[in-house]
Design a protein around this ligand. Structure first.
Ligand code: GTP
Ligand code: MG
Length: 195
């Protein structure tokens, strides 16, 4: 699939504020700073479309981007961001959970994990919860440019092993880099297929 049009439409602080046209959407979630917004910019080919930052906690709202006038890409706030107050953190959590579990337009959730880390409890728990609650999701490894090919492969295998402790079958997995563009074609092809 080619993306030839990508427009920011709106930011919502809760599910009820999200667009209501019933257009299908693809959402991106993962720990703060994992590279959600950067990946959206890579996919759309528009640098700066989704705001990125070296400091975790940049995206704080549900952001809808209309792609090719036909579907939405949705940038979500990260989970596990420690440096916001308790009240704000539970607000984020509710916003994200309401969206993930109740947004009928969401056809797939991409769960991003940093390829450099060993499977982290917060990510594994989140992935397991998605599986248990029947959310349609896929796993996207980010920042592949930061590891050698062989180290990336090891990391991928460690993750698969961890998830196979709980699951017989794994969701689709993708390896990406917003720096090098690795994985862009595969992800776009997959999005086209699921839409
Ligand atoms: P929040 O909105 O805070 O939840 O973060 P996010 O997941 O949207 O992360 P964001 O895209 O803002 O990226 C966080 C930092 O990681 C930025 O400094 C990016 O430049 C960097 N980054 C993101 N993706 C990659 C990648 O593939 N490779 C490298 N080397 N850096 C990346
Ligand atoms: Mg972001």
């Amino acid at each position: 699939m080619e993306i030839n049009k990508a427009q920011f439409i709106t930011s919502s602080s809760k599910l009820s504020e999200c667009p209501k046209e019933g257009i299908p959407e693809i959402a991106f979630i993962g720990r703060s700073n994992v590279g959600k917004s950067s990946l959206i910019n890579l996919l759309t080919g528009v640098k700066g479309l989704a705001k990125t930052s070296q400091t975790p906690g940049k995206t704080q709202l549900i952001n809808h981007f209309l792609i090719n006038d036909s579907f939405y890409i949705v940038d979500l706030p990260g989970y596990g961001y420690a440096r916001v107050g308790k009240g704000q953190r539970s607000g984020f959590k509710k916003m994200i959970e309401d969206y993930i579990h109740q947004r009928e337009e969401m056809v797939n959730l991409f769960v991003l994990v940093d390829i450099r880390h060993k499977p982290m409890k917060i990510d594994v728990d989140f992935i397991n919860e998605m599986g248990e609650t029947g959310v349609p999701f896929s796993i996207v490894f980010t920042k592949a440019d930061k590891l050698s090919k062989s180290a990336a492969k090891m990391s991928l295998m460690a993750y698969q092993e961890e998830l196979l402790k709980s699951w017989e079958e794994l969701p689709p997995l993708f390896v990406t880099s917003s720096e090098s563009g690795e994985g862009r074609e595969q992800l776009l092809e997959y999005i086209e297929q699921i839409l």
